[in-house]
Design a binder for this molecule. Structure first.
Ligand code: NAP
Length: 259
C-alpha cells in the first residue's frame, strides 16, 4: 500500500533502537525524511547511517536526552516544522507502590507525560498551519490494564492519555490527528531487561523467562519492532485521517478485554 507520505518530514524520538527505531524504519520505507534522537551518539549515528543507506531518505541525528528541557530544545531546533511527530522515551523502573517518593513521580511524569506534551505544544502549531499533521505517542498496554509493578508508568502514561483524548479533538478540525500506540511485550532491549529481572528473582534462564512470558500471550510470542513500526506508519499515512484520539493495543491479545 502506498502510504501517501513520501517527502514528508518526521521527528521520531528515542529511536536508535527498539520500538522507536521500528517506527523510524517504517516511515523511512514510506519515503519520509527523518530527525532521529537518542542519548547515546554511537548507536544513533549507526541507525541514521543504516536508514540513509537502505531507504535513501534524508536523516538528521540529534544525540540528546529528550526528557530534559535542553535536550528537547536541541531536538526541536534541528527538527523545524515537521509533518509527523512520534513521541517516545525510556520507561520508568519497576517497583512496589511503597518504593516511590515525589521525586520519582516527577521524573516519571516528566519523561512519559510532560515530555510528549511539550513536544506536541511545540510542533502542533506548524502542523495546524499546514492543515495536515500526524502525532503518534508510544505509550503502553498498562494504560488499558495496569501492570502492578510499573506504577510510575501506569500513572504517567494515563495522564498523557487523558491529555491526548481532549487535545486530539481540538486539533482534528485542522487536519491533524493524534493517536497513541500501546505496546504489549515486544522483542527489544526493554523486554530483555524485564526478563533479566525475572531470571534473577526466580533463578531461571533467559530462555525460560521468555518462554514463560510468551506463554501468557495468546499469540504465544513477543511482538517485533517491525510490526510495531508498520502500525505507526499506517497511523501517519494519508489513509488514517479519520482515526482520531484512539488508543491502539499491539499486544498479541495479552490484554483480556472485550473492547
Ligand atoms: P528500548 O529497546 O530500550 O529502546 C529505547 C530507545 O530509546 C533507545 O534508542 C534509547 O537510546 C532511547 N532513549 C531512552 N531514553 C531516552 C531519552 N531520555 N532521550 C532520548 N532517547 C532515549 O525500549 P523499547 O522497548 O523500544 O521501549 C520504548 C518505550 O515503549 C518505552 O517507554 C517502554 O517503556 C515502552 N514499552 C515497551 C514495551 C516492550 O515490550 N518493549 C512494552 C510496553 C511499553 P539511548 O539509551 O541511547 O538514549
Amino acid at each position: 500500500m502506498d502510504l501517501g507520505i513520501k517527502g514528508k518530514r518526521a521527528l521520531v524520538c528515542a529511536s536508535s533502537k527498539g520500538l522507536g527505531r521500528g517506527c523510524a524504519e517504517a516511515l523511512a520505507a514510506a519515503g519520509v525524511d527523518l530527525v532521529l534522537n537518542a542519548r547515546g551518539a554511537e548507536a544513533l549515528e549507526k541507525t541514521a547511517a543504516d536508514l540513509r543507506a537502505t531507504y535513501g531518505v534524508d536523516v538528521t541525528a540529534v544525540a540528546a536526552d529528550i526528557t530534559s528541557e535542553e535536550g528537547r530544545a536541541q531536538v526541536l531546533a534541528a527538527a523545524g516544522d515537521v509533518d509527523i511527530l512520534v513521541t517516545n522515551a525510556g520507561g520508568p523502573p519497576p517497583g512496589l507502590w511503597s518504593d516511590w517518593n515525589r521525586a520519582d513521580f516527577l521524573k516519571a511524569l516528566d519523561a512519559n507525560m510532560l515530555t510528549p506534551i511539550a513536544l506536541m505544544t511545540a510542533l502542533l502549531p506548524g502542523m495546524i498551519g499546514k492543515g495536515w499533521g500526524r502525532v503518534v505517542n508510544i505509550t503502553s498496554q498498562s494504560v488499558k490494564a495496569p501492570i502492578a509493578q510499573l506504577g510510575l508508568s501506569n500513572a504517567a502514561r494515563t495522564g498523557l492519555t487523558g491529555y491526548v483524548a481532549g487535545t486530539a479533538r481540538q486539533v482534528a478540525p485542522q487536519g491533524v490527528t493524534i493517536n497513541n500506540l500501546l505496546p504489549g511485550i515486544h522483542d527489544t532491549d526493554r523486554a530483555t531487561a524485564l526478563d533479566a529481572g525475572v531470571m534473577a528473582a526466580e533463578g531461571i534462564t533467559a530462555e525460560e523467562a521468555r518462554a514463560r512470558r510468551a506463554a501468557t500471550i495468546p499469540a504465544r510470542r513477543y511482538g517485533t519492532a517491525a510490526e510495531f513500526g508498520a502500525a505507526c506508519a499506517f497511523l501517519c499515512s494519508v489513509h488514517a485521517g479519520f482515526i482520531v484520539g484512539q488508543n491502539i493495543l499491539l499486544d498479541g491479545g495479552a490484554t483480556n478485554a472485550t473492547i
